[in-house]
Ligand binder design. Structure first.
Ligand code: TA6
Length: 301
């Protein structure tokens, strides 16, 4: 049996078991990777089963909230550039193992669908995976906002530590015209200076070069103000103490094979998770719940 026939059968089986006509459908996405389409009255979303990777969220009457690179690669085991990659059980490089993949194992792993449901306000898809010694449930809810919830359970007999981040690529009009509010006073690790510890003095962060900062012990609400698109993106979190702010700018983009020079102005990563000093330690059987809600709010131009 050919690979595409096998994939077709897998997709038919998924639709039979989890499809909700008019709300949730599985299809072969780019590269033949299974993709879930989520539709409700107020928005639409998309997610690849590989990595449980959200690649689109578009509220009705608004521009897409999520950035996805034109040259993203859709191959088994390869991270997709853009969307919301899941960084877990480590962030960035793995301490003590330079051969380990950047940002952990979750974003390139095949996840399984656990359940699907819809109600009068939206649609919901739960996915599950095991990354020893953790069991992870990731729920994606598409309504007028995008709600992402990640529950990690320590299934081992020992206390275990992990890092995590929902590495959200937001779509913006022009990075040089947006600002991020809600991080004033927070300590951050500047990744461009060997994670030197700094303090954010500005009430609003603006961008004039490569920016790569891990803010620690941050407040639950961050706001991305985008006059060019006449909107603010509200980011509300629970169980996420860290916030990463990243834009690669020109030189770093040059070194990336899956991001083009006309794209870095159109993206801003605002990532929410628990990283470095904020990493989570779980006792045997203990669980940790992280959630992030993204909502677009029109502003007077
Ligand atoms: O979150 C920011 C960051 O850690 C940057 O340092 C940059 O490496 C980015 O993640 C993308 O990482 P990736 O492994 O997806 O190319």
């Amino acid at each position: 049996m050919s690979e595409s026939t096998k994939q077709g059968e897998q997709i038919d089986q998924l639709n039979e078991t989890y499809g909700l006509p008019g709300f949730i459908r599985v299809e072969a996405g780019a590269g033949g990777l299974p993709k879930v389409l989520l539709t409700c009255d107020s928005a639409r979303g998309e997610l690849f089963l590989q990595g449980a990777h959200v690649t689109a969220f578009e509220p009705d009457g608004d521009e897409p909230l999520i950035f996805l690179a034109r040259s993203a690669r859709y191959e088994q085991g390869k991270a997709i550039r853009g969307g919301v990659p899941i960084c877990f059980p480590w962030f960035g490089s793995k301490v003590g193992d330079s051969s380990a993949p950047s940002h952990g194992l979750a974003r390139t792993k095949a996840w399984s669908i656990g359940s699907t449901r819809h109600d009068e306000h939206g649609v919901e898809l739960a996915l599950v995976t095991t990354i020893e010694p953790f069991h992870v449930t990731y729920t994606v809810r598409v309504s007028s906002s995008l709600t992402l919830t990640m529950v990690v359970v320590n299934e081992s007999e020992r206390s275990e530590r992990f890092e995590q981040a929902l590495h959200t690529y937001l779509a913006v009009s022009d990075i040089r015209k947006v600002e991020v509010r809600g991080l004033q006073g927070a300590t951050y690790l500047d990744q461009l200076q060997g994670r030197a510890k700094c303090v954010e003095r500005a009430p609003a962060i603006r961008f004039n070069g490569e920016t790569d900062r891990i803010y620690l012990s941050t407040e639950p609400r961050k706001t991305v103000v985008d006059p060019g698109l006449g909107r603010e993106i509200l980011i509300d979190t629970e169980g996420a103490r860290s916030t990463v702010i990243w834009n690669p700018w020109i030189e770093k983009t040059d070194r990336m094979s899956d991001l083009e020079q006309d794209e870095w102005p159109k993206m801003l990563c605002v990532e929410t998770g628990n990283i470095a000093d904020d990493a989570v330690e779980l006792a045997p059987g203990e669980r940790w719940r992280l959630s992030t809600i993204l909502k677009s709010q029109r502003t007077e131009i």
